[in-house]
Write a protein that binds this ligand. Structure first.
Ligand code: GLA
Length: 388
């Protein structure tokens, strides 16, 4: 599938600019095994890059103008790279403008270039198409102009670009897009940005995504609200226990003792954060031991917390997880990514994948009159140059 995307993007570039592109960059979306809404809460996450990508073709054009074309939307953009960027009404352009803004902010000097891109990462499915866009664009510019930006700094700049667009996200998406490795999940300590790779070996189970096929319109405002609620929870903890500056150093008992000092929402958001931080550590140990059943149980617990305490689920996602719970051949399931739509991630017994996909698709359509979309997952490399 990616071979076709790469060929089409290259051909499009040749037809548009008359040259063979100088650089082809592939930038992946991501899944997350466990550790949701915890990257901005000082926790650990366990994501991986996948084989769904944005493909970019680039060349320098000896001017001050970036000429960019989004093949899938058939829309073009011209930017004077010497000028400061401002937010535009055309949403997709902001992720790229955000990257150029960050480059300028950090004092990097670049010239004009030609660029076309096309993607097979579904948008709004919680697979981080925007991080792939930011990271691939930055990676290409870094290579073309020899800026020598280190990978983790690229991830951080991608995150800042996303903040510039208006989502106060954590580091997980950009980090996984840049640092992904084939067949490895990455355990990221979001406090220190230390990371370790672990085998993406789920023994007798396959990872399957069920895409609820819903547009998550509440996403931006509610996402930013959750961050604010968690900051409030943490500041109340800190007022009462000045030595505690992180949910990581807190426990349930201590939090329950402070319940009366918090609003119910702030308490439940904080409780989720404290529990999720612990779950990721347990989940990673279980994965390393090949104890996929325990990993699955923890995924179900995460969903329960995301749905009831963190309140970022929706009827359709809860329905999909409930279906999974009732199915002997699905041993773990939860909403993945920011929530309010997008996918569930599921551990499905090998050999039962088709049966489960068919059953869930039929029931989901009967119940909601919406087509369920299913994806198999292949854990793949992070953003890289394509060499043919
Ligand atoms: C979005 C954000 C991430 C992370 C997830 C939820 O994908 O971009 O930083 O917070 O939601 O885990």
């Amino acid at each position: 599938m990616n071979a076709i995307l790469i060929k089409d993007t290259t051909d499009f570039f040749k037809a548009k600019f008359g040259n063979v592109p100088d650089k082809i960059v592939l930038s992946p979306g991501r899944i997350n095994i466990i550790g949701e809404h915890i990257d901005y809460n000082d926790g650990y996450v366990l994501p991986a890059a996948i084989d769904k990508i944005v493909c970019f073709a680039f060349e320098k054009n000896n001017s001050n103008t970036a000429k960019i074309h989004a093949i899938d939307l058939n829309e073009s953009l011209k930017i004077d790279v010497t000028k400061e960027e401002t937010i535009s009404d055309i949403v997709w352009t902001n992720y790229l403008r955000g990257v150029l803004f960050q480059l300028k902010l950090k004092g990097y000097k670049i010239g004009g270039f030609n660029c076309v891109f096309s993607s097979n990462i579904p948008i709004g499915s919680g697979l981080s198409s925007s991080a792939a866009l930011e990271c691939g664009f930055l990676f290409g510019i870094n290579k073309m102009f020899n800026l020598d930006i280190k990978p983790i700094d690229m991830a951080l700049m991608g995150q800042s670009a996303e903040h510039w667009v208006g989502i106060n996200c954590g580091i997980m998406d950009q980090f996984s897009s840049i640092m992904g490795l084939e067949n490895k999940v990455i355990k990221i300590d979001c406090r220190t940005l230390d990371y370790t790779y672990h085998d993406a070996d789920f023994a007798n189970y396959s990872l399957i995504l069920f895409d609820s096929n819903l547009q998550h319109s509440l996403f931006t405002s509610e996402y930013n609200n959750r961050r604010i609620e968690c900051e409030e929870g943490l500041s109340i903890i800190n007022e009462n226990y000045p030595e505690i500056n992180s949910f990581r150093d807190c426990n349930e008992e201590l939090l329950i003792g402070l319940k009366s000092k918090m609003t119910d929402n702030v308490f439940r958001r904080s409780l989720y954060a404290v529990k999720e931080i612990k779950r990721v550590i347990q989940a990673c140990t279980a994965l390393d031991k090949g104890d996929i059943e325990t990993l699955g149980k923890l995924m179900f617990e995460t969903h329960q917390g995301l749905s009831k305490d963190y309140e970022v689920s929706c009827t359709e996602l809860d329905y999909l997880v409930d279906l999974a719970k009732a199915e002997e051949d699905v041993i773990g399931s939860r909403l993945m990514g920011g929530g309010f739509g997008g996918c569930t991630i599921n551990l499905v017994k090998k050999g039962s994948e088709s049966k489960i996909k068919e059953k869930f698709t039929t029931l989901y359509a009967e119940h909601f009159k919406i087509d369920l979309i299913t994806y198999d997952v292949k854990v793949s490399n992070g953003t890289s140059l394509y060499k043919n």
